[in-house]
Every structure is written in structure tokens, then in C-alpha cells.
Design a protein. Structure first.
Length: 394
């Protein structure tokens, strides 16, 4: 295990790189709406339709539209450049959020369509950040530390986003929370595009041919394990609240989910502080196998006390797995299609999470509270087996 001094030193080196702190901080602000959108849209549509079913469909439409549009948007970024795409997208998405608020009395259909439009207009900030990290940090150890920090910040978004929505709603309404999504998205994206590294690092030549990032066989091989990893996350995200309800404590749902994310942050920080000598592909398989081991205790958990320990344990491998995935995508991406490559991976992950959530919820009736965690373990086990064929990095 890395000592605290090792962790602090490694990440200090990354953040002291000229422009790095501004890159991470502005990207965090620009992506904050991603952690807020599901809850804000859910509550807005629920208030307007008085139906949780309709609200769930709207949130699903937002997520699936985001996943479906991401590779197309990434390809446009590769063709036209970051500055020409990101800010206009954020402005268009803010308009879609405003239309969603205005359409609240209009009925379920309009709200679902507008939620899908808002999802499709999501600026691909995370893929752009990962491309920049690949270009800025030349040596693999520093790059992996930077990727680990990026994975940890992603968890921070999912923790703080719902809390911000809860505070905003306490003082205003779901309408105020949805409008805030647009305001934060535009301001954060504008600051991100103006940050020194985004301005200075132009990357490779803009894509001029018609080849998709999927022309890379290494990238295609990665998509199935990524989607299965997403399925495991989606199933666990359903299983933890079910465990809390089974144990008789609805408020513990949030605590278990928060500990799960905190475990991921702890694992990511520790992973990024180490210098690894093993090949990326081997490490990726090992981390997926370790994820099965860390998630399996949740199958037997029946009390809140056991759930607290097991949820933290289950989170430990999440950020390290993502860090490895980012590095593998960086190796697999062909020149001129880097952003599109990362958006394909993001789309596979989002689709996997949605499918895993549905599967996890479906098995609870037949298999009980342990069902979602069995699904998560099986999905991760298959991902590890498929990753054995990955030759993206040696």
C-alpha cells in the first residue's frame, strides 16, 4: 500500500504541472451537471406529471440519448476542434433545460422528448479531458496518475451533484435545479475551453477522413468489457438501496451509496500513487477479477453494519478499473479520432449501467436482495474473461 506521503507527492506533481490545476478544476465544474441532472430531471417530471414512472422514463431517455449521441459529438469535436463545439453545445443544452422547465405543464410526452434532447446535447468534457491528459503527460507513470485523479474526480461529481440538487430544491424548486444545470454547464464549459492547457494543446491534426474510431480493433475489443463493467455498476447501484430497505433503514440507502463512491475514491488515489511495472492489459484483467472478489461479500450482507463495510470494499476497484480503461483507450485510439474513441467507451459504459440497473431490479423479486450483487459479479467476471483477449497495450 502507498503511504499518505507517497499519495500526496504523486498528485502534487500532477497538479503542479503548468495548467493542470485549471484543467481539472474547470472540467469538474463543467461536468457537475452530469451528477445533478438525473435527480433534477426526475423531480421536475415527477412534479409535473405526478408519476414516478414517467419521471423514470424521462431520466432514462436523457441517459440513452446522451450515450447514443456521444460518439457522433466526439467525431464532430475531432473534425472541428474543441472550442468550436463545446461552448455551442453547452448553450444549446441550456436552452433545452429551459424548454424542459417551460414544458412542465405540457404533459409527459413533451417532457420525455425534451429530456432526450438535453441528453443528446451533453458536451463531451470527460473524453476531451482524457485526450488532453494523454497528450500532456508524456511518461506512462505520470499519465496513469493523472487518469486515476480523473477517475476520482468523476466519483466526486456523483457524490456532490445530488447534494447540490437537494439544497437548491430546499430553497427553490425542481425548476430552479434544472435551470441551474444549464447555468453551471455554460459557465463551466466556457471556463474549461479558456483554460491554459485546452488553449495550448491542440493535439493531433483534425480528422479529415471518414474513418470512425471503431476502425481500431483494439478499441472494439474494449467496448464489451466496458459495457459489462457498467452493467455491474448499474446492478450494484440498485442493490445497495435494496439492501438498506431489506435491513429496515431507508435513510441508509444514501449512506451505502456514498460509501461505495468513497471506496472508489480511496482505491483510485492509492492506485494512482503507485508506479506500476506490469503491462496495462494484465493489470486490467487483474483489477476486474479483484472487483469480483470485492463485490462478492455483498451477496451475503443482510445488515446495515455489514453493508457499510461491504459497500466501501466493493468500491475500491472502481476508479482503478476506470484508470486502466482510460490508458487502454489512449493506446487504442487512432490519430485524429481520439475524442470519438473516448466517447464510444463512455457510451458503452452508460448503456451498460442502464442495462445493469434494469437487470438488477428485475432479479430482486426472484432472487432476493442478493440478486443484484450476483448479477454484478457475473457481469464483471465475463468482462475479465473478455479482457483476456485485449491486446491494446503491452
Amino acid at each position: 500500500m502507498s503511504s499518505l506521503d507517497d499519495v500526496v507527492t504523486k498528485y502534487r506533481v500532477i497538479l503542479l504541472r503548468p495548467g493542470a490545476f485549471e484543467l481539472f478544476s474547470t472540467a469538474l465544474l463543467a461536468r457537475l451537471p452530469q451528477g445533478m441532472s438525473s435527480l433534477a430531471i426526475l423531480l421536475l417530471v415527477r412534479e409535473g406529471t405526478h408519476s414516478y414512472a414517467a419521471a423514470g422514463v424521462a431520466v432514462g431517455a436523457f441517459a440513452f440519448a446522451s450515450a447514443a449521441a456521444a460518439p457522433v459529438v466526439g467525431r464532430v469535436v475531432d473534425r472541428l476542434g474543441r472550442a468550436r463545439v463545446l461552448v455551442p453545445l453547452s448553450l444549446a443544452q441550456a436552452c433545452a433545460y429551459a424548454a424542459l422547465v417551460l414544458a412542465e405543464p405540457s404533459g409527459t410526452g413533451a417532457l420525455i422528448v425534451l429530456a432526450a434532447v438535453a441528453g443528446a446535447l451533453m458536451p463531451p468534457i470527460a473524453p476531451v479531458v482524457r485526450v488532453l491528459l494523454r497528450d500532456v503527460f508524456d511518461d506512462p507513470p505520470s499519465r496513469e496518475t493523472a487518469y486515476a485523479l480523473e477517475a476520482v474526480l468523476q466519483e466526486l461529481i456523483w457524490i456532490t451533484g445530488p447534494l447540490i440538487v437537494a439544497v437548491v430544491i430546499a430553497f427553490t424548486s425542481p425548476r430552479g435545479a434544472v435551470l441551474l444545470l444549464g447555468a453551471v454547464g455554460v459557465s463551466g464549459t466556457t471556463l474549461f475551453v479558456r483554460s491554459p492547457l485546452v488553449q495550448a494543446v491542440h493535439g493531433h491534426a483534425l480528422q479529415r477522413d471518414r474513418r470512425s474510431a471503431l476502425a481500431s480493433p483494439q478499441l472494439r475489443v474494449l467496448l464489451a468489457p466496458v459495457a459489462l463493467t457498467g452493467g455491474a455498476l448499474g446492478a450494484t447501484e440498485v442493490g445497495l438501496p435494496s439492501l438498506a430497505l431489506h435491513a429496515g433503514s431507508r435513510p441508509a440507502s444514501g449512506v451505502l451509496l456514498a460509501l461505495w463512491s468513497l471506496g472508489s475514491m480511496a482505491g483510485g488515489l492509492s492506485y494512482g500513487a503507485r508506479v506500476w511495472s506490469s503491462p496495462l492489459s494484465s493489470r486490467y484483467r487483474l483489477l476486474l477479477a479483484l472487483a469480483v472478489v470485492c463485490t462478492a461479500p455483498l451477496i451475503a450482507a443482510r445488515s446495515i453494519a455489514a453493508g457499510l463495510v461491504c459497500s466501501f470494499l466493493a468500491g475500491l476497484t472502481i476508479a482503478p478499473v476506470f484508470s486502466c480503461q482510460y490508458a487502454l483507450v489512449g493506446h487504442a485510439a487512432t490519430q485524429g479520432s481520439e475524442t470519438e474513441a473516448f466517447t464510444w467507451v463512455a457510451a458503452a459504459l452508460i448503456g451498460g449501467i442502464a442495462a445493469g440497473s434494469a437487470a438488477g431490479g428485475a432479479v430482486i423479486g426472484a432472487a432476493g436482495v442478493s440478486g443484484p450483487f450476483v448479477v454484478a459479479c457475473l457481469a464483471t467476471l465475463v468482462a475479465a474473461a473478455l479482457a483476456a483477449d485485449n491486446r491494446a497495450a503491452k
